[in-house]
Design a protein around this ligand. Structure first.
Ligand code: ZN
Length: 378
């Protein structure tokens, strides 16, 4: 995300006042070869300074036309620049303020290094990248940050791609499994196959081509959080497809071509062609889901651990509460599969899913007359 002060003519004379309205820098500092860090404690400042020195050169190495300039990084409880007017972006783990050459990070960010890498990409993209339309720059930041910080890349992609898929409609998963006869209350083997459908939060699907029109990464963007997340997911998917096909250099070549042909921004058709996409929203939804591989599916299920519980309970049937939950869980096999990517996951291998099903089975057992929860077998 990038922070740009709202451009209003009457604001200019207030720039001096705004300067005075900046929040105070965090108390402790550390020098780095790539810039300076302000944070809550000397140790925190040193750790982030080391991360800055480790990540900045690696980010620069990935980017054609990369800027080299010293940066300052502030680590805050809530990333903010001004206290008047209050500039807080509640959903952001960080932002880059180009006017200050400064990166603001949320202390409790999901992955501080990956967030730093994302904002470093904003800070490093040279002027030739300014022709990227809409939210595409955010896609470049996410794709390159995932390259230099692969540890949580699958979780980032799972969140982004699923938000975008849900904003375009729904996600359907195949649920299949079995319980052998000797563990089934009825004494008959149970086999099941079903479709789990997750619907998006909004009644009106997002138009995927908005990724070229709306700049969800700007602090001034007046978009709902779910639309912002969806546009980030769409941007990341488009950029990843171009990078997979022609590298980051291929995307940069589109920037240079746009400049050569006096285009203010890269035309959407050039990007669609480079990404192997067209204007059909169904093809976009499919492309998003194709990006959800086994790791992303596991992350998605971890984030939605109750997802299959009602369906599994239904398959186990009323008899399920006769048997010991421990035995059922020990013998049950259940798998989800995403048809578009072919990714699948053994559900019972996920502790959060097991815990959710165990709770549900114990709850069912607890409802039986004469069986109080305290007497339930483990
Ligand atoms: Zn960003």
């Amino acid at each position: 995300m990038q922070f740009f002060p709202v451009r209003r003519a009457w604001l200019a004379p207030l720039a001096l006042v705004l300067g005075a309205c900046q929040v105070l820098p965090p108390p402790e500092g550390a020098r780095a070869t790539q810039g300076s860090v302000r944070a809550g404690t000397p140790a925190e400042a040193r750790i982030v300074a080391e991360a800055l020195d480790a990540l900045a050169p690696r980010v620069r190495a990935l980017i054609p036309d990369a800027r080299t300039r010293p940066l300052s990084v502030w680590v805050q409880d809530v990333p903010e620049l001004y206290w008047l007017p209050r500039t807080v972006m509640p959903e952001a783990d960080g932002f880059y303020a180009p006017g200050m050459h400064r990166i603001h990070l949320r202390r409790e960010a999901e992955d501080l290094d990956r967030t730093l890498a994302h904002e470093l990409v904003h800070a490093t993209l040279g002027p030739s990248w300014e022709v990227l339309p809409g939210t595409l720059e955010e896609g470049v930041c996410d794709v390159l940050a995932a390259q230099v910080c692969p540890a949580s890349a699958a979780r980032l992609r799972a969140g982004r791609l699923s938000s975008a898929s849900l904003a375009l409609g729904s996600i359907s998963l195949e649920l299949s499994g079995s319980l052998p006869a000797d563990a089934a209350p009825s004494g008959v083997e149970i086999r099941f196959l079903a479709h789990l459908r997750l619907d998006g939060p909004a009644s009106v699907p997002v138009d995927p081509l908005d990724v070229f029109r709306s700049s969800a990464g700007l602090s001034s963007a007046k978009l709902s959080p779910h639309v912002k997340k969806a546009l980030y997911g769409l941007a990341g998917m488009v950029v990843q497809r171009i990078v997979d096909r022609s590298g980051i250099a291929g995307l940069h070549e589109l920037c240079l071509r746009a400049a050569r042909e006096n285009e203010d921004q890269i035309p959407a058709d050039w990007i669609l062609e480079a990404a192997g996409l067209d204007r059909d929203p169904e093809h976009w939804r499919r492309a998003l889901l194709e990006g959800i591989g086994p790791q992303e599916l596991a992350e998605f299920v971890r984030g939605h651990s109750e997802l299959a519980t009602p369906a599994l309970l239904e398959f186990l049937g009323a008899g399920a509460c006769e048997a010991s939950p421990g035995l059922v869980l020990a013998r049950l096999s259940a798998c989800v599969r995403l048809p578009e990517s072919g990714a699948s996951l053994d559900l019972l291998s996920e502790p959060a899913v097991r815990a959710s099903l165990m709770r549900a089975l114990q709850h069912e057992l607890g409802k039986k007359p004469g069986r109080r929860a305290s007497t339930l077998p483990p």
